[in-house]
Design a protein around this ligand. Sequence first.
Ligand code: TYD
Length: 198
Amino acid sequence: MGFVSKYVALEGGDGSGKSTVAEALRAHLVEKGESVVVVREPGGTPLGEVVRGLLLDSEHLDDWAEVFLFAAQRAELAREVVSPALSAGSWVISDRSYYSSIAYQGRARGLGESRIREINEIGLAGVQPDHVFVLDVDPAAALARQDDPDRIGSEGVEFQASVRDAYLELGESDDKVIVLDASADVSTLVGQIMEHVG
Ligand code: TYD
């Protein structure tokens, strides 16, 4: 298996349990003797953590400013963390990726998938996940589980439903995207992910 197939992104609506699955997948791979780097978006570099604050804690942000801030932190993360880790033979598990921008900004904000792909692909320069797993949940149930939603997580159930539709459509149209039922237990989800990546 070449290094390019070790970059795994976890996606899903707010409250879909990505972080729990990321940790379980990390533990599973480490157990098998693999080296693993886990990153989250937005975040993962000093700039990324500052941008995360701007993105999630601001009261209001222009939609395109939001797109470019997500893309800016992602470009730096790709170059400074993801690419070196993959070159060193590590797995990279990413809690979100530019597929979040496609679903949230492209679809739910209505800015268009192709423009979001284009903007992000410039900054990523080819450092893109090989496998994208969408943890599919009922948006209303997922929202009910969130006790302190951030600015984007507070957009409401219709917004989350639109995010979900985007992910389901990506599951049909994009070969990298696999949709999993997030109500399965974590070890089942890890097993399903390993079947696809292995
Ligand atoms: P995250 O910290 O993963 O939150 P959660 O645990 O609630 O899923 O993501 C923060 C928020 O940012 C979340 O509402 C999704 C949103 N987001 C975008 O809108 N576009 C993006 O490109 C990314 C990476 C996240």
